[in-house]
Design a binder for this molecule. Structure first.
Ligand code: GTP
Ligand code: MG
Length: 139
């Protein structure tokens, strides 16, 4: 079955939404294969966000992701990569559909980076790469 890397970003952990986010993942029927509260490092984030290096929001994004612990999660289930992206909703929480994590729980705080509560891998290639970054032993 498919696996995906999900992160509850520092805003989600700080706001006490980790449980609500895990609840939605489990209610959808996906299995939690690994869950760990972690503090990111610049090295981990440079790998994780390599595709965004050089974009205007890259610096603020890394700074935000270092602002507190993240909950690193590996989820498992048929088509869970696409399924979690659908649960998460659009990147911009203002326009993310109601019913989604970002649409229900997120909003624009007027900051340099979109604080949108969660990350989810966007392809099988990204998932394998990102699980390797966050969980060496699961890759
Ligand atoms: P992730 O699951 O976190 O990867 O979100 P995504 O795939 O919906 O977005 P993407 O990979 O394009 O961007 C990664 C993260 O950078 C987003 O989740 C936002 O936190 C931030 N970000 C992306 N695009 C923008 C943007 O145009 N402006 C701002 N301020 N932040 C952005
Ligand atoms: Mg992405």
């Amino acid at each position: 079955v498919q696996r995906s890397l999900v992160l509850v970003k520092p805003d989600g952990v700080r706001r006490g939404l980790s449980g609500e986010i895990l609840r939605r993942i489990e209610a959808k029927g996906y299995t939690l294969a690994a869950v760990e509260l972690r503090t990111a490092t610049p090295e981990i984030l440079a790998e994780h966000y390599a595709e965004h290096e050089g974009k205007p929001f890259y610096g603020p994004l890394v700074e935000f992701m270092l602002s507190g612990p993240v909950l690193a999660v590996v989820i498992e289930g048929q088509r869970c990569i696409e399924g979690f992206r659908s649960l998460a909703g659009a990147t911009d929480p203002t326009v993310a559909a109601p019913g989604t994590i970002r649409g229900d729980l997120g909003r624009d705080w007027g900051l340099a980076v979109q604080q949108n509560l969660v990350h989810g891998s966007d392809s099988e290639e990204s998932a394998a790469r990102e699980i390797g970054i966050w969980f060496n032993d699961l890759a």
